[in-house]
Design a protein around this ligand. Structure first.
Ligand code: GLY
Length: 380
């Protein structure tokens, strides 16, 4: 139950995020914000990265919060660019079709019943399906399918790409999308989630025999550590998997990974960039992982029956994350910033985007705020 004080905080934050987005409409009408900021300022770049759906996602959220003809006009222009990107397959040789086309095309279809947007989402699902490995029963994350360094590699982030396949299956009746997403999710549940509820960032499967090989990190501290954002993708992705498949074991897995995440958060609820640092470290936080976890915990709580005591525990933890981000981690007062959350981390091992605004952190923060404040039709 959200009290009056929390509602006021949510409204203040929604207003702040809305203003930030509104101020950027001219700059990001056809171009998009860079994946991460430099000194808390996003550059305007062409739509080529895995992160570019978060801008249209924020436009959709903003429009749901406060309808605006100008925002809808920018969404339409952005969707034209998304269609071109798909038609010309511009930097789509990876699995992030869901991150790109759920908060753009699916969002447009779900909010406006736009039939062209529906077709775009299905076209994107077709491109994603090319990465499905039938023996290993997984979608390969990165690289050419023949590349020995990437062959058979699945990553926990992919849980968020699967809703595009479930959506496409629902609207076309094509069960191949559904089966591929289901198989991948079950493999992720079995091999990416460790016995203690932590997760590997990535895991290799043998594409000829389907046998499991080994776990390896890409953005985490070490192969056996637990990359914080990966854990957040796990919470959200398994909860979404349950929403589509109604397989009770997925709900259990979402709870197990959520409990692990919660147990590793410091006193102010905003995790360090790797959960192996424990609760008291001088390492950087990753506000983007915290924002993804907040919305993921809200999704998980939504799937749980009222009789489950964890339902309110997850809701309350999500609200504590939001409160902490609002109080200590926004760009309010930072001159020249066009981002929303400070102290995100893209990839610490590569020293890329450390202590910056991130487009996905801003998006999931806004999403968590909106779904706590009013009813929201998910884009996932
Ligand atoms: N999906 C890539 C990342 O979370 O950085």
């Amino acid at each position: 139950m959200i009290n009056k004080m929390t509602r006021e905080l949510l409204k203040d934050e929604l207003d702040f995020a809305y203003e930030r987005i509104f101020e950027s409409l001219d700059e990001f009408e056809v171009l998009v914000p860079s994946a991460v900021s430099t000194d808390y300022h996003y550059a305007a770049v062409e739509n080529r990265d895995w992160t570019d759906g978060f801008w249209t996602g924020m436009l959709h959220l903003a429009n749901e919060y406060r309808n605006s003809a100008k925002i809808q006009m920018v969404i339409s222009k952005q969707l034209t660019v998304f269609q071109k990107r798909l038609d010309h397959e511009i930097v789509l040789n990876h699995h992030d079709l869901g991150f790109l086309y759920s908060p753009s095309a699916v969002a447009e279809y779900r909010t406006n019943f736009d039939q062209d947007a529906k077709q775009m989402a299905i076209q994107a699902a077709e491109v994603l399906m090319r990465r499905y490995q039938p023996q290993a029963k997984i979608i390969q994350a990165w690289g050419e399918l023949s590349d020995p360094d990437q062959q058979g590699r699945m990553i926990i982030d992919c849980n968020m790409n699967l809703p595009l396949l479930f959506f496409s299956s629902q609207v076309t009746g094509n069960l191949a999308y559904y089966q591929a997403a289901k198989n991948h999710l079950k493999r992720a549940q079995k091999f990416l989630v460790r016995h203690d509820g932590s997760t590997y960032h990535t895991f290799y499967m043998d594409t000829k025999t389907g046998a499991p090989r080994f776990g390896r990190t890409a953005q985490g501290y070490s192969d056996e550590s637990c990359w914080a954002r990966g854990q957040s993708w796990a919470i959200y992705g398994f909860a979404l998997g349950y929403r589509y498949l109604k397989d009770a074991s997925l709900l259990e897995t979402a709870k197990v990974v959520a409990d692990y995440f919660i147990s590793k958060c410091p006193a102010d609820f905003v995790c360090y960039w790797d959960l192996s640092f424990g609760t008291d470290s001088s390492e950087e936080r990753d506000t983007s992982a915290a924002a993804v976890a907040a919305s993921g915990l809200l999704e998980l709580a939504q799937q749980l029956p009222v009789t489950d005591p964890k339902k309110s525990q997850y809701e309350n933890f999500a609200l504590e994350i939001i409160r902490s981000l609002a109080q200590n981690y926004t760009t309010r007062g930072i001159a020249g910033s066009n981002g929303i959350l400070t102290q995100g981390v893209y990839s610490k091992p590569e020293n890329n985007g450390v202590d910056e605004c991130t487009t996905w952190g801003d998006y999931f923060y806004f999403e968590a705020l909106l779904r706590s404040y009013q009813s929201w039709l998910s884009y996932w």
